[in-house]
Write a protein that binds this ligand. Structure first.
Ligand code: NAD
Length: 279
């Protein structure tokens, strides 16, 4: 038996349709400002997708493209300006930033009420405490939507998250915990990854290692969410070896067309939530 493929594009489109209808009801357009530093091709693609999503659902959007050589002070000044701009409900600085700019300093400078990426410690702290600020971490929240789309009841399920970054792994583990899963957080020093995964009803793979997880490592019937976005010979591929995993999993996301579209939909959801709170 082969796994059901979770169609991230379709699920994200459904969310965007709802957001479009919700935005049309508001007296003010939700506004998103995206700041792109430098010319990293992947970052440019992500920023373009965010801009396109805003246009499609009727949000106001601004993209600020700054040269690689921009100083930290100049970037901080732009963030401060956007923080004060009443048309802007969400401020997002696309990562990674050049080495001469302190990423932490930029994240701390974003108004937590406009931090639609959910990177500011006030928002990650709220997540840690199980408080709802209206802003959720985009990629982990997208993973949750994909898991829920399978109809699986999360409470009491064993979940394994592979990767412990602040952006994906850790917040994904917290969200699963808040949904009453028993969560194992795996990382590069995990002694026996396969042994951890074989127990898991749900796997979120976010290691950035192409083909790290094979079908033989999975529990039969598991829900497998592949966050990994790796370029191999010019092709986008996940952390999960799709060909073998599809034989073992119950549900699986493809790369591309799985988590990526949900990340953007969740960003839009956060922006709408901030706008609603302002109103
Ligand atoms: P990161 O490099 O910050 O973190 C990777 C994590 O994986 C680390 O915690 C590390 O301990 C763990 N890891 C590395 N090798 C491992 C191994 N062999 N076994 C177990 N764990 C291992 O990366 P990140 O920012 O969390 O992103 C992870 C992946 O997800 C990347 O491929 C990235 O491009 C992708 N990503 C996709 C989206 C999306 O929307 N689709 C969003 C964010 C990140």
């Amino acid at each position: 038996m082969t796994a059901n493929i979770i169609d991230g594009k379709k699920i994200a489109q459904g969310i965007r349709d709802k957001l479009k209808a919700a935005a049309a009801e508001l007296t003010v357009k939700p506004g998103l400002a995206v700041v792109l530093v430098g010319a990293d091709p992947a970052s440019r693609t992500y920023v373009h997708s965010k801009e396109k999503a805003c246009q499609e659902i009727g949000f106001y959007s601004e993209v600020h493209r700054l040269p690689e050589t921009v100083s930290e002070a100049e970037l901080l000044a732009l963030v401060s300006k956007l923080n004060k701009d009443s048309r802007i409900h969400g401020v997002l600085v696309q990562l990674p930033l050049p080495a001469h700019i302190r990423t932490d300093k930029i994240i701390l400078a974003i108004d937590p009420a406009k931090d639609v990426d959910c990177f500011h410690p006030l928002n990650t702290g709220a997540l840690f405490s199980g408080l709802t600020s209206g802003i959720l971490p985009c990629t982990p929240a997208g993973c949750l939507e994909l898991i829920k789309s399978t109809g699986l009841a999360l409470s009491g399920k064993k979940a394994a998250v592979v990767g412990r970054s602040n952006i994906v792994g850790k917040p994904a583990a917290l969200l699963l915990l808040h949904h009453d899963c028993t969560v194992t957080l795996c990382h590069s020093r995990t002694a026996d990854l396969a042994a951890e995964l074989q127990q898991a009803d749900i796997v979120i793979a976010a290691a950035g290692r192409a083909g790290l997880i094979t079908g033989a490592m999975l529990k039969p019937g598991a829900v497998v969410i592949d966050v990994g976005t790796n370029r191999v010979n010019g092709r986008l591929t996940g952390d999960v070896d799709f060909a073998s995993a599809v034989q073992t999993a119950g549900f699986i996301t493809p790369v591309p067309g799985g988590v990526g579209p949900l990340t953007i939909a969740m960003l839009m959801q956060n922006t709408l939530n901030v706008c609603r709170q302002k109103l």
